[in-house]
Design a protein around this ligand. Structure first.
Ligand code: NAP
Length: 407
């Protein structure tokens, strides 16, 4: 394959990517700049939560006021690439390759005009992210599916701006909205539990502490004590949390125990019961509550499995129990009804690890930052091996499970 051909391909694909970046940036801008929002607001008037259309007249108008101007902006910005290449290199073939994004955009313009004119079936063929019907998969991480886009209309209009690829949302940290979400965190009184509750509260979430302790918990916000809703639970009695889980958007399964160097039967039971089986039972209970389109779109579970999934923690039972949990999650999320994130954390200072190097507050900040970019495997560590080994292990184990298990 010649270099010139590779450059031609790169320019063609790059121009399509550029068109998508322009569209999503225009959309994000429309939500912060009122002259543009006045046009874009028509798009938000069109749909009911089941994605049925409020009125044909509004549907058609929305295309003239929103989709057509959006495509024209994409077309104008699309001109920059071929013109720049031609002025810089004087090559017609490369300039033509860099025009592919404009042809791609032109198809959107034609589709928007067809929908604006009310041409029969134009909406069914060309407006794929707004089709009604049951959601078949949770929001996808890289490509925008119906479930992903539904959240922009009915979860938060200040997030989920992307139309085809999710890159702009990942860049802006708008791939997950936390404001107003009900988020429950287990292991709440521990170092990371408190740090996560505080960080999530800072992002506008309504936090709920799930603790095995018997005292109500509170946060310190700007020097003031803020009491938070606290629910008590005990390992083995997870079922009692079902009613609460129905009302929760995001469950963070964070509790854990380290039996350090012990290897007695009691230590084995404690490590597996707390770290593996109670976490797995909670996950299953929470998944039972995912029933409606809204649940599929907005409910999530974050599970703290630790980098002990791939690296030694110098505590064999801790490693074994966390690896077992990690593998169960890998298997379970092959067909989970909602998003499941893994938290793969390096050593931070806490009761469980008094010699941890990182601080729980910093780790919590990084977790939330990555979740807002819709990272499904959130790695926070200073160990470079984890960054290398974990994705490899996850890919191999999930492929193995996909091959040798059935839905
Ligand atoms: N520290 C690290 O270096 C590190 C690294 C990677 C991953 N992790 C993971 O991060 C999570 C949080 O740990 P942490 O470091 O913040 O430790 P921590 O301060 O000891 O917090 C762990 C919390 O888990 C809950 N817990 C412990 N035993 C329990 C039991 N038998 N039943 C129910 N809940 C129990 C307790 O919270 P309540 O009393 O509120 O229930 C406890 O405060 C754990 O899953 C841990 O494995 C830690």
């Amino acid at each position: 394959m010649s270099t010139a051909w590779l450059i031609t391909m790169g320019l063609a694909l790059g121009s399509v990517l550029w068109a998508e970046l322009v569209r999503d940036s225009y959309h994000a801008l429309a939500h912060v700049w009122s002259p543009l929002y006045r046009l874009h607001a028509w798009h938000h008037r069109v749909f009911r939560p089941d994605l049925s259309v409020v009125s044909t007249e509004i549907y058609q108008k929305a295309h003239w006021y929103n989709d057509v101007p959006e495509s024209l902006v994409m077309l104008s910005c699309g001109l920059i690439l071929p013109m720049g290449i031609w002025l810089w290199q004087g090559s017609w073939s490369w300039a033509l390759a860099a025009s592919l994004g404009m042809f791609y955009t032109f198809s959107f313009l034609v589709a928007a005009i067809a929908r604006g004119l009310g041409i029969p079936s134009a909406d069914e063929i060309t407006d794929l992210t707004h089709r009604p019907g049951p959601f078949l998969t949770p929001p996808t991480p890289w490509r925008v599916n119906r479930t992903y886009h539904w959240r922009h209309h009915f979860d938060s209009q200040n997030a989920y701006f992307c139309g085809t690829l999710t890159l702009v949302d990942k860049f802006l940290g708008t791939a997950l909205a936390l404001k107003g979400k009900k988020i429950a965190v287990t292991g709440a009184s521990g170092s990371l539990g408190m740090a996560l509750l505080s960080e999530l509260h800072g992002h506008g979430a309504k936090v709920i502490a799930l603790t095995s302790g018997d005292r109500p918990l509170s946060l310190i916000v700007n020097g003031e004590t803020v009491p938070i809703k606290t629910e008590q639970w005990t390992v083995g009695q997870e079922k009692q949390l079902l009613e609460l889980f129905k009302d929760i958007d995001i469950l963070v399964i964070n509790h854990g125990v380290n039996v350090h160097q012990q290897r007695t039967a009691i230590a084995i039971e404690e490590a597996y019961e707390v770290n593996t089986f109670s976490a797995w039972r909670m996950l299953e209970l929470f998944l039972q509550t995912v029933k409606t389109n809204k649940d599929i779109a907005t409910k999530e579970v974050w599970i703290n499995t630790s980098e002990a999934e791939v690296n030694p923690a110098f505590s064999p039972l801790y490693e074994l129990s966390k690896r077992a949990l990690g593998d169960l999650i890998t298997m379970r999320r092959l067909d989970a009804p909602c998003v499941i994130r893994k938290l793969i954390l390096g050593p931070f200072k806490s009761n469980l690890n008094p010699v941890g190097i990182l601080s729980a507050n910093w780790v919590a900040k990084e977790i939330v930052k990555a979740a807002r970019r819709d990272t499904r495997n959130i790695i926070v560590t200073i160990n470079p091996l984890t960054w290398l080994l974990f994705p490899l292990k996850e890919l191999m184990v999930s492929s193995y499970f996909r091959l040798f298990t059935r839905r």
